[in-house]
Design a protein around this ligand. Structure first.
Ligand code: GDP
Length: 297
């Protein structure tokens, strides 16, 4: 399960805290030092860890906590609350345009992050909300990406707009918008091409789509298992093309949790969904409070 190693370490720190009746300032500091180590080992961004520990410490060394009946429990509660805050506190939904207006979502991300799979997963979620969803196959470079989207679209019962791999992504996107508008679709999700690494051509292509199509939401897909790399990728995409939210994939295989805990704080952008497996139903709305509970065990 996700975050196993981080959870185990934090639980050990907490067990120690709970076993003490009273806490001195040094007890709290020593415990938070261990929390800091655990977070760093979990590949949480260094600056995020520093600020997090500072915030917890300021609250935990306050009079109310130290004089309380059960200071250990109070410190744990503060860690929990600060962790929820770190991940954005509230659940953020994909913003849909009002009424019958077409919402255009552009998916972005590096190759292998899970973009095409996530595109189909999100289509399923929106369809379940009663939306008529069209997918546009604009990943014209990765062999089999178009076919993969078609197969997944079919599984989800949503139409896939494709013009093969001989057209440019921007032309396919424009034609898809026309098709969506003509046929009363509510949502168009554009699956774009990734590259193995952050790459100028990829960014230029995404910017070109944004300049030619009225994209309402740009959603970045990143692989949680890559830890801080995922966070750096998110920062770069946001700086270059501007993103509205992130989907964190492969959280089912992420034992560390560094990306989940850092992305919001580093980019300021919310995590919308968590990918929890390869099946098209394995996409969960991201709840910061539930995620913190999972991490803290
Ligand atoms: P793309 O290149 O970004 O479009 O990536 P794909 O959608 O083709 O996904 C790459 C691989 O990751 C595929 O084998 C997917 O099944 C897998 N994958 C995607 N999302 C998840 C997830 O949340 N959990 C797991 N375990 N695998 C995932």
């Amino acid at each position: 399960m996700a975050f196993d190693s981080l959870s185990e370490k934090l639980q050990n720190v907490f067990k120690n805290l709970r076993s003490k009746g009273r806490l001195t300032e040094d007890d709290v500091k020593a415990a938070l030092k261990e929390v800091k180590m655990a977070l760093l080992e979990a590949d949480v961004n260094f600056k995020v860890v520093k600020q997090f520990v500072k915030d917890v410490q300021e609250r935990a060394i306050g009079q109310d906590v130290m004089n309380g009946l059960n200071p250990g429990q109070m410190v744990i509660k503060i860690v929990n609350e600060e962790m929820v805050r770190l991940m954005g506190s509230e659940t953020t939904e994909i913003a849909l345009r009002p009424g019958k207006e077409l919402t255009i979502i552009m998916m972005a991300g590096l190759q292998g992050a899970g973009k095409t799979t996530t595109t189909a997963k999100i289509a399923g979620k929106l369809k379940a909300k009663g939306k008529k969803v069209l997918l546009a196959a604009c990943d014209v470079y990765r062999p089999a990406a178009i076919e993969q989207l078609q197969i997944n679209g079919e599984k989800q019962g949503v139409e896939v707009f494709s013009m093969g791999d001989k057209n440019t992504p921007v032309n396919i996107a424009k034609a898809a918008v026309e098709h969506a508008t003509k046929n009363d679709f509510n949502v168009l999700i554009i699956d774009t091409a990734g590259r193995l690494h952050v790459d100028e051509d990829m960014m230029a292509e995404l910017i070109q789509i944004k300049e030619n199509v009225a994209v309402s939401q740009t959603i970045l897909v990143v692989d949680a298992m890559t830890g801080q790399d995922a966070v750096n990728v998110a920062k770069t995409f946001d700086e270059k093309i501007g993103i509205d939210g992130v989907v964190l994939t492969k959280l089912d295989g992420d034992t560390r949790g560094g990306a989940a805990l850092s992305i919001r704080a580093v980019t300021g952008k919310p995590i919308l969904y968590a990918g929890m497996g390869e099946k098209l139903s394995d996409l969960e709305q991201f709840y910061p409070d539930r995620m913190a509970s999972r991490i803290l065990g």
